[in-house]
Design a protein around this ligand. Sequence first.
Ligand code: NAD
Ligand code: MG
Length: 388
Amino acid sequence: MQKKNIAILGSTGSIGTQALDVIRANKDLFTVEVLVGNSNADLLIKQAQEFLPNAVVIADETKYQQVKEALQPLDIKVFAGEKSVEQIVEMESIHLVLAAIVGYAGLASTLNAIKHKKHIALANKETLVVAGELVSKLAQENNVHIYPVDSEHSAIFQCLPGEGANEIEKIFLTASGGPFRGKTRKDLENVTKAQALKHPNWSMGAKITIDSASLMNKGLEVIEAKWLFDLKPQQIDVIVHPQSIIHSIVQFADGSMKAQMGLPDMKLPIQYAFTFPLRIKNNFPRFNFLDYPNLTFEKADTDTFLNLSLAYDALSKGGNMPCILNAANEVAVDAFLKDKIKFLQMSEVVLNTMQKSKHQTNLNYEGFVETDKSARIIAAEEVSKLKI
Ligand code: NAD
Ligand code: MG
């Protein structure tokens, strides 16, 4: 494999730091070309001192001086602000961009990277939820590959080589069910953010951990799968699998099913996105069947966790509805994390925002930006009505 220069957008986050672990173990294969973080200047500086990238961007402009001064002796270029995050991906020397910023904030830089013909390792699922049609079209026009990092989508992707033109009949995205699996709406009325932030199988950033507890994460993943694998909503099913060993399943036209399995560890899908189509050696812990004598499956409880149904609704409505769903959810999760609303009220904010927003189709980029903005205003009003 030719050595790859990688730009890591969101290097200070859960995916970003695990990506750096993968790179650290394979310095002969990868170079860190760019590091981008939001506001954790101390960690960003530490990472830059270790990996010596060409350039570093800190989104939070108030931290510019601190980063600049620390990295000056190392001859590392330092930029700050949202526009720089978007523009840095244009650098000639970048081969692959890891999109690991969380939320809508990751959209502009990913789109710009695609426009500049950079292949994408995609962790930021919100990009495809917000503007999947636009992103897929641009990727096709620019011959850009989008390698999924999300474990479920990586699993599907890993089941496809060798299948040629064989059609996918259906996919099954597995869901752990999160910390509240088996609970009733009554049980969930007063759950705290500390309880919601305790995921049974994965350690992740705060937003996706809350999304996992509310099943919105699986809803976003259904939409993400539609765009990655060109599927109809009825071809995408969700099955709860509490052990998170089978990461997802593809069913082909003859009914045969292929699954990808292993211990829950994001480093594997990150590494595969970096090395595809090759598999390289690593020392990640191996799965032992006897540690897991029972792999179990159950139906997702969409009466308790409304978000999954809301995401399917948004997907079948199409146009800007998934963008509205995503914006409302980002506002709702933020409000929940700030103790402004209760756990179950997050779905209420999303539902009401979807009902009150204007449904449009055939949008361009500006149309999605406008949708995101107006949906956030409506969602914030919904939050203030519910405020506890
Ligand atoms: P995180 O909160 O741990 O990290 C987010 C990163 O984005 C940080 O580096 C932060 O500095 C950066 N960031 C945030 N806002 C920014 C902005 N405006 N400009 C520039 N940088 C900004 O989140 P995470 O858990 O690493 O998740 C990242 C993405 O990957 C999310 O879209 C998530 O859904 C997806 N994902 C994560 C996991 C996981 O295991 N953590 C698994 C699958 C998918
Ligand atoms: Mg996932």
